[in-house]
Design a protein around this ligand. Sequence first.
Ligand SMILES: C=C1C[C@]23C[C@H]1CC[C@H]2[C@]1(C)CCC[C@@](C)(C(=O)O)[C@H]1[C@@H]3C(=O)O
Ligand SMILES: O=C(O)CCC(=O)C(=O)O
Ligand SMILES: [Fe+2]
Length: 383
Amino acid sequence: MESSISSTLVLSPPFQPNNNGVNLVFDASLQQQPHLPTQFLWPHEDTAYAAADFLQDPPIDLTGFFLGDPRATASAAAQIRTACSTHGFFQVVNHGVDPSTIRAAHHHMDAFFSLPLARKLAVKREPGALRGYSGAHADRFSSKLPWKETFSFTYNHAHSAATLDVVDYIKSGLGPHFEHSGCVLQQYCEAMHALSMAIFELIAISLGVERSEYCELFEDGCSVMRGNNYPPCKEAGLTLGTGPHSDPNALTLLHQDEVGGLEIFSDSKWRAIRPCHDAVVVNIGDTFMALCNGRYKSCLHRAVVNKERVRRSLVFFVNPNEDKVVRPPGELLLPGYEGAEAPTRLYPDFKWSDLRDFTQNHYRADTSTLQHFVSWLSNKTQP
Ligand SMILES: C=C1C[C@]23C[C@H]1CC[C@H]2[C@]1(C)CCC[C@@](C)(C(=O)O)[C@H]1[C@@H]3C(=O)O
Ligand SMILES: O=C(O)CCC(=O)C(=O)O
Ligand SMILES: [Fe+2]
């Protein structure tokens, strides 16, 4: 495969704080080149196996839960338990988020990605920060680059809802003409936060713990909103929009457009998540897998691209308050194994700020982030 960009491809360790000076610009000129730049090539095992089918689980209808109907609530919790005990993904409908809010958020995120590159670079991601614009993460990695642009910003509900942080960030970075976009995205974040709290209540019910078990940890959580823009790719089969990974955060709420491309690895096969415009896709992340002591699974997933159409997704990564300890409730500890003094815990105490720092400064999140994080944390805390 010819590289159409003269650059020395440095085979990097899993993570490097910069791209070794390879200044690749992910813009239309690169996307129109006849050959895929070598930096975007992914290993055969990550790209070779197309999704075998669609995940068959029907969307979970939240109507009855919101009406306080005990039977409907129990049914929704049971469907969540089944999904989260196996592959960690489910879709919800009648979720209470106004469709016009979702439509408007996509529209304004598209408007951002349509800006000239110089305008997008005005809010480029700063090293170590989980906010800002990124073109293929070319500033962070020099191989296995994802075929996407991303735009991320933080949303701390207890603080942002009152002080309109999202509006301020967007307006200060992109100018007063984007104030309305900021208001739309702020409204979308508030709606996603409200939905996440409803999901946490249903998850608590499904786990048999107090319904409000997770409210305290997440009510003033520090979440991240991200728009993913995946341009069409002439050699789509050789690259990936987002590589195989499990999400390091606690819960992910995702709305994808009608194009499709989100796939999860379940029962030893890649399975596509069927696009459903009135559904929100929900998945458990590593932090929640630790919070529930491994009862629910943080699952491997990826985003594939195609040759014809741009694909977009809006992703809301829900995290606990960064200074609160991630620790499972007593009811979820496993009975001590034979002769053990205390019930068994699968993961140590940690804070989201530690895991965020790990993924932004020390390790590229992939299929085994949590176990590498636990080792890193124990080395970090050893005297
Ligand atoms: C904590 C995070 C790191 C990533 C964004 C959030 C949750 C998902 C992570 C990510 C998407 C997993 C795949 C690799 C990654 C580098 C990406 O493709 O964007 C990850 C995100 C990141 O580090 O920016
Ligand atoms: O865009 C998608 O469908 C998935 C993206 C994803 O998994 C992520 O950003 O963590
Ligand atoms: Fe993800």
